[in-house]
Design a binder for this molecule. Structure first.
Ligand code: KG4
Ligand code: ZN
Length: 335
């Protein structure tokens, strides 16, 4: 069974064809970083305009690469939130038009469920139940996943998402947007112990907080003596490495605590920040040390993509959870 997935939740226009909820036949992602880089972050109006320009071509490309036509599609799964409302509207309107004109069932998918189920697109995938840590530009949340569609939240960020902290610190350091990959790259040349940035472990809860570390980086830069060149490459590398180490320490510890607290020995990590090389390495090390199986999708499936939406949509379609043509996206949508 082929599901066509569509995701336009943020700044990537993506369409994918997935077979039986697990096998990626095509997964096209058209990024917009070229449009937003000069503004140091996503400009929502520019994002939605670009989605309008790209969506038809991206869907066509996904079908073409899969070697199929719309007649072979069993359902269209579209991300209906959370995300930027103008961006979501483009994907939802397009999906509804396709379903209406071709009499194809429509399935509405929560973006976070897409991230949570993305490890199932890999050969090695977790069995239920497992702990899922979703770390993206808009979310940092821990769940217990008991089954498809059955998720219990264990904790979430009380302020900034981890990805947001990466993006803001990158802007502060003049490294550009998106910040995560830029900091990841530069941190490889720096000393993670150069600056002891605070780790907000919030030991009594599985919630997170990343606004403090962002402010700590800002204060650190402001307090520097006037003759210290902040732009020096090695200095920027040390700040990047020290910031990244602090964020990764918290994420790994919290995932470990969640596994321990719930007596679960399977942990999955997904969302854009799970592309981070240090985070991936330290999660696997934690897993080895604590006898916890760790599942992290390949880097291309960590950041936004429509294959994860098609995979999640497949299970909703099997349960006959269809959306009507009156589907309206929502900027804020809990999992
Ligand atoms: O999941 P995603 O593509 O979009 C949202 O749903 O938000 O995540 C985007 C976030 C951005 O904040 C970006 O800076 C971050 O993921 N990111 C990374 C890396 N690659 C992307 N953060 C740290 N290290 C990376 N290598
Ligand atoms: Zn995402």
């Amino acid at each position: 069974m082929f599901i066509l997935g569509i995701d336009t939740s943020c700044d990537d226009t993506s369409a994918a064809v997935v077979k039986d909820g697990r096998q990626i036949i095509s997964n096209i992602v058209s990024g917009q970083s070229g449009i937003h880089t000069k503004y140091g972050g996503i400009v929502p109006e520019l994002a939605s305009r670009s989605h309008i320009e790209m969506i038809a071509a991206v869907v066509e490309e996904a079908l073409k690469k899969a070697g199929i036509t719309l007649s072979d599609i069993s359902a269209v799964a579209v991300c209906s939130g959370p995300g930027l409302i103008g961006s979501l509207l483009v994907g939802c309107s397009f999906a509804k038009a396709v379903c209406y004109s071709r009499h194809i069932p429509l399935v509405s998918v929560n973006h976070l469920e897409g991230h949570l189920l993305s490890p199932f697109l890999e050969e090695q995938s977790p069995e239920f139940p497992f702990i899922s840590l979703i770390v993206s530009g808009g979310h940092t949340s821990l769940y217990t996943a008991e089954d498809y569609g059955k998720y219990t939240m264990l904790g979430r960020t009380r302020d900034d998402a981890a990805g947001e902290a990466f993006d803001k610190v990158s802007k502060l350091l003049g490294l550009g947007y998106p910040g995560g990959p830029a900091i990841d790259r530069l941190a490889k040349e720096g000393n993670p112990k150069a600056i002891n940035f605070p780790r907000a472990y919030l030991p009594d809860t599985l919630d997170f907080s990343f606004s403090g570390i962002k402010t700590a980086v800002l204060n650190f830069i402001r307090r520097l003596p006037s003759d210290q060149p902040v732009t020096a490459h090695s200095f920027l590398a040390d700040i990047s490495a020290s910031f990244q180490a602090a964020v990764v320490d918290v994420l790994v510890r919290k995932a470990e605590w969640a596994a321990h607290k719930t007596g679960t020995n399977r942990v999955s990590l997904s969302g854009g920040v799970s592309a981070n090389s240090l985070l991936r390495q330290q999660m696997f090390e934690m897993g080895k040390k604590r006898q916890v199986e760790v599942f992290i999708p390949s880097v291309a499936l960590c950041t936004d993509n429509a294959a994860m939406i098609a995979a999640a949509g497949y299970h909703r379609f099997l349960k006959k959870e269809l959306a009507g043509l009156d589907l309206n996206p929502k900027a804020c949508l809990a999992l």
